[in-house]
Write a protein that binds this ligand. Structure first.
Ligand SMILES: NC(=O)c1ccc[n+]([C@@H]2O[C@H](COP(=O)([O-])OP(=O)(O)OC[C@H]3O[C@@H](n4cnc5c(N)ncnc54)[C@H](OP(=O)(O)O)[C@@H]3O)[C@@H](O)[C@H]2O)c1
Length: 271
């Protein structure tokens, strides 16, 4: 199986590095072709991963069974039509994988030749350390075997969940944008600790480890978060003071507003 990437930026880099990181991986850099606007970034990435850099997207299409569109969403309307001829010329349609935020299968079908199997994947930037939470949905032309190939590609950068497309916007908030919310939460706590006298670096380390532990607790204990909050709050204790202060400051409503804002933008981007 041959893999092609249009775009060699942050996300393509994370995915290709994930696919080729382990010597035991089923993916081999030799089977991966990459192009980019400047080609320089594609060459650098190809060199780092033992892959092949191509001067044009058409060359990548010709060399690929699976074609990953890894350009910015607003670039798709310019980049994809230029590849359509090369896709049509192939004896068998390549499987197209789009990672563009907000761009629906219907939108992608409108840009690609008829009968193209398309998978939409939403990874997140934690892919850089193999800790993405990626969402996946596919059009009706994608076989189970093809979905499995995409699952295996994205499993090299973290976990993969199949999501109905109508819930993809929701996934994009909780599996995508919320990465930034979590970074903000940790930074705000570490800055508060700094204000109280602890070096920020140390405070951030402790905060991040605590978030990691809390995430594992939710995943591994099977308990919902509120009973866990109750377990941490002793009667008349210190933690309940912080919990009620957070509620009074609108913690939950701030998160709900952030959720709604991202979802609304995601819907607008898809049009
Ligand atoms: N970054 C994230 O956290 C994240 C998360 C989920 C999904 N995504 C999605 O991933 C996609 C890529 O995002 P990114 O953050 O990786 O962007 P990026 O770092 O800006 O990379 C974009 C890449 O597209 C290339 N490009 C631009 N125009 C091109 C053209 N005409 N032909 C070929 N290549 C072209 C650029 O080439 P040059 O290198 O030569 O400029 C660059 O390599 C986006 O659709 C985004 O929605 C990103």
């Amino acid at each position: 199986m041959k893999y092609g990437f249009i775009g060699a930026g942050n996300m393509a880099g994370a995915i290709i590095k994930g696919m080729t990181r382990s010597t035991e991986s089923r993916f081999d850099g030799k089977d991966i072709s990459i192009t980019s606007r400047t080609v320089v970034s594609a060459e650098e990435l190809a060199k780092a991963c033992g892959a092949n850099a191509c001067r044009t997207g058409v060359e990548v299409v010709a060399a690929s069974d699976v074609l990953v569109l890894a350009v910015k969403p607003q670039m798709l309307a310019e980049v994809v039509p230029a590849l359509a001829g090369a896709i049509e010329e192939k004896a068998e349609r390549p499987l197209v994988v789009s990672i563009a935020a907000g761009k629906t299968l219907e939108y992608l079908e409108g840009l690609l030749p008829a009968n193209t199997p398309i998978v939409r994947v939403m990874p997140n930037i934690n892919a850089k350390i193999g800790a993405s939470t990626s969402g996946l949905c596919a059009n009706a032309l994608v076989s189970e075997e093809q979905k499995q190939i995409v699952r295996e590609m994205f499993s090299t950068i973290g976990t993969v969940a199949e999501i109905e497309e109508k819930q993809f916007g929701i996934f994009s908030v909780i599996g995508g944008a919320s990465v930034a919310f979590a970074y903000m939460y940790m930074d705000a706590l570490a800055r508060a600790a700094l204000k109280a006298g602890m070096p920020k670096k140390q405070a951030l380390q402790i905060t991040a480890e605590t978030v990691l532990g809390s995430a594992r607790m939710v995943l591994e204990s099977g308990e919902a978060p509120w009973p866990l909050v109750d377990q941490v709050c002793s009667p008349g204790g210190t933690t309940i003071e912080g919990v009620t202060a957070l509620q009074a400051a609108g913690f939950e409503s701030a998160l709900t507003k952030a959720f709604d804002a991202v979802l609304e933008k995601d819907v607008r981007l898809g049009k």
